[in-house]
Design a protein around this ligand. Structure first.
Ligand code: AMP
Length: 386
């Protein structure tokens, strides 16, 4: 499947069910916002609104630096109250502070009205990993930089997990990278605190980065779901394309089994208790004629091919990917143990903090992404008109 088609199909964050969207009534009247930031340039879009690069006024520059990212939440007329994902992001970010998690400076509203926009003010990062991976301007991402990026993501994830928080939507576009080469995990809209033994919402995690246990209907999931996503991001950094992708869940699961092997009961004995679709997924109930994706995917048992697929990247890299992309969450390495993996200690060391500035022109890299997006939009319009 073409990279752009796969992206459109399955890089979207899943929406939480509507029962989570608690709303309160809006009050009438709105005021033109007066902001303590100037020179706003739109750098990203989400379902909630837009993200701008901006310059703080003199008073704020001391604490916020010369440039910030403003995430603007627009209250539409049909909206009742503030999106739950935003409240969640705010609550979690107040709890967490780490060099590899995006820093929230403040939450600002220019007027005390329900209809007034609300801004979350973050530290600014020039690029995100999706832009870097796709950009033709970035010809190579060498081993030392790949190590530094993966190590930083794991540091951030380990810190989150040590604080009983799951991110639940790790993907390249949610891993920002600054001009200095520092990685900052962002978008905590789906994040939530974790307690062992609890059942959680499905679906979570954008499809291309979603671990098998979630597709098999496991609601008693935990931090290993984020570790799988880190493995998928790591593999994508190497291959410069999404490694497991699908038009829908069934197609995705087939591709996942083709790379990681069909799940086996011996690797994950508890699965039959916690995964609603486990028996079909293992092909244990193939007599039942069903079109459910997990059963279709299991009809041809596949063997694991991670080590051979990534062998050209070196044995240590392939072995770490094998540990991160373990089909069984109980066998999957933790973020903490992954940081001790031989991959980070053999060959070229990861680029150290303070000496890993990006070698690419960040403005050019971002502009190349904007050009690609514009030509894709034109192609879609032409197709729709034809
Ligand atoms: P989000 O809704 O948080 O995933 O943001 C959407 C896009 O806006 C991201 O993929 C980034 O390209 C951009 N973005 C978000 N936060 C920042 C930030 N702190 N600095 C720079 N760009 C950002």
């Amino acid at each position: 499947m073409k990279y752009s088609t796969a992206l459109a199909a399955s890089t979207r964050t899943p929406r939480l069910p509507s029962r989570y969207e608690k709303r309160t009534p809006p009050s009438a009247g709105s005021k033109k916002p007066e902001l303590p930031w100037t020179d706003l340039v739109c750098v990203g879009k989400g379902t909630y609104g837009e993200v701008y690069r901006a310059r703080p006024d003199d008073a704020r520059r001391k604490t916020q630096g010369n440039v910030v990212a403003l995430k603007k939440f627009i209250q539409r007329d049909d909206d009742w109250g503030f999106p739950i994902t935003t409240l969640r992001e705010h609550k979690i970010l107040l709890k967490l502070r780490h060099a590899n998690l995006i820093r929230l400076h403040e939450v600002f509203s220019p007027a005390p009205s329900y209809k007034s926009p609300v801004f979350m003010v973050f530290e600014y990062a020039e690029l995100d990993l999706e832009i870097v991976i796709q950009s033709p301007v970035v010809r190579t991402i060498d081993e030392a930089r790949t190590k530094s990026i993966v190590q930083q993501i794991l540091e951030g994830v380990h810190y989150m997990h040590a604080n009983q928080v799951m991110h639940r939507d790790l993907k390249p576009s949610n891993c920002l990278i600054t001009r200095k080469g520092d990685v900052k995990i962002c978008d905590f809209g789906l994040a939530r605190s974790y307690k062992p033994g609890h059942a959680y919402t499905l679906p979570v995690v954008t499809l291309n980065y979603r671990p098998p246990e979630l597709l098999l209907g496991c609601r008693h999931y935990g931090p290993p779901i984020d570790v799988w996503s880190v493995g998928a991001i790591f593999a994508e950094l190497f291959k410069r394309e999404i490694v497991v992708t699908g038009r829908d869940e069934g197609d995705y699961l087939q591709k996942l089994y083709a790379l990681c092997g069909t799940p086996r009961e011996v690797d994950w004995p508890e699965a039959k208790k916690v995964c609603k679709h486990w028996r079909e997924a293992c092909g244990l109930r193939c007599d039942k004629i069903t079109t459910e994706p997990y059963a279709v995917a299991a009809s041809q048992p596949r063997r694991r091919r991670i080590l051979e697929t990534f062998a050209e990247k070196g044995a240590a890299a392939a072995k770490l990917l094998d540990r991160l992309l373990a089909v069984s969450p109980t066998q999957r390495v933790t973020a903490k143990h992954a940081l001790d993996d031989d991959f980070f200690w053999e060959g070229d060391p990861p680029l150290p903090a303070g000496n890993r500035s990006l070698p690419w022109d960040c403005d050019l890299v971002r502009a190349s992404r904007d050009d690609t997006q514009r030509s894709q939009a034109r192609a879609r319009q032409r197709k729709a008109a034809a």
